[in-house]
Design a protein around this ligand. Structure first.
Ligand code: MF3
Ligand code: CO
Ligand code: CO
Length: 284
């Protein structure tokens, strides 16, 4: 019987979940990942971010689940869609912020050839939260955009490789940071991953930079996201007047991938693996 009681809460306020809680996270994570699998063929030049969000909301409803983001701090959409130099929390249907090379009708949410975008979906299934995001491309991305996407994907997976009991959260951040900076890209500091489970956002803050050996020690039963945002230029961000959309200050491209994971007795369990095997975009 799952009464939602933690086995223990650590001194850092991190909830240690019971072995039977993993199955709830798998159901929620699988739905979020499946929605991203099913949205993939809908991403193309001429498509709008508003339409993509409508499709996502319909898929959440069809599954009998709930969107965690609709109504969250006044947010009204089932996804965040962050295009090009938008770092995160891009609002579907809102005008895509103009970049240096604007080939898009001003003030529109239509995707154009070469756009790269992160779609972030969080669903609630039987009270459990599944939170995942990945990169998509409209048409054919430029080689430097492809490289950013590859490095960001690999940064997340390298972070996940550091997840095992006895390692620390600093080990995760350090692994991501040293890899990304070694590729001459930068790690966003202003947003981080988070604990989750029967809540959307819980301790700890999961930083995507830091020093090995620092921070809370990972223990079996911890559930959290890792969701590095990596920039081609400088790491600084700013939030637009809509209070949500975060962009890079230098307007250089940004990418992000996110998985929800759990710490097992000897490693990691990824809740948001893509059933279709399309977590990473391919460019044909
Ligand atoms: N899914 C995002 C995360 O990774 C949070 C989005 S909150 C929203 O934590 F309100 F902007 F949708
Ligand atoms: Co998240
Ligand atoms: Co997310």
């Amino acid at each position: 019987m799952d009464d939602g009681q933690p086995l223990r809460i650590t001194k850092d306020g991190i909830h240690l979940h019971a072995p039977e809680d993993f199955s709830g996270m798998h159901r929620a994570g699988r739905l979020a990942a499946t929605i991203l699998d099913r949205i993939a063929p809908e991403v193309h030049p001429g498509q709008t971010t508003g339409k993509l969000d409508q499709l996502i909301q319909a898929m959440v409803e069809e599954a009998g689940a709930t969107s965690a983001t609709i109504g969250y701090r006044g947010y009204q959409h089932a996804s965040c869609i962050s295009v090009n130099h938008v770092v995160c929390h891009g609002i579907p249907g809102a005008p895509i912020p103009a970049s240096k090379y604007e080939k898009r009708p001003r003030g529109s949410d239509v995707l154009v050839d070469g756009d790269i975008l992160n779609i972030d979906v969080t669903v609630v299934v039987d009270g459990w939260y599944g939170d995942t995001s990945r990169m998509f491309v409209a048409g054919t991305p430029k080689p430097f955009a492809q490289r950013l996407i590859q490095v960001t994907h690999d940064a997340l997976m390298i972070g996940i490789e550091a997840v095992r009991p006895g390692n620390t959260f600093g080990d995760i951040g350090a692994a991501i940071q040293s890899f990304a900076e070694g590729q001459r890209m930068s790690v966003v500091r202003d947003f981080c991953g988070h604990g989750l489970g029967r809540v959307f956002h819980a301790p700890p803050n999961v930083l995507h930079y830091g020093r090995a050996g620092t921070g809370p020690v990972l223990e079996e039963g911890m559930f959290f996201t890792i969701e590095p945002m990596i920039n081609l230029g400088r790491p600084e961000t700013k939030v637009l007047a809509d209070d949500w959309t975060a962009i890079t200050r230098d307007k250089a491209l940004s990418a992000q991938f996110e998985h929800s994971v759990g710490v097992t007795a000897d490693g990691v369990d990824i809740f948001t693996l893509s059933p279709a095997g399309r977590f990473h975009p391919t460019w044909g």
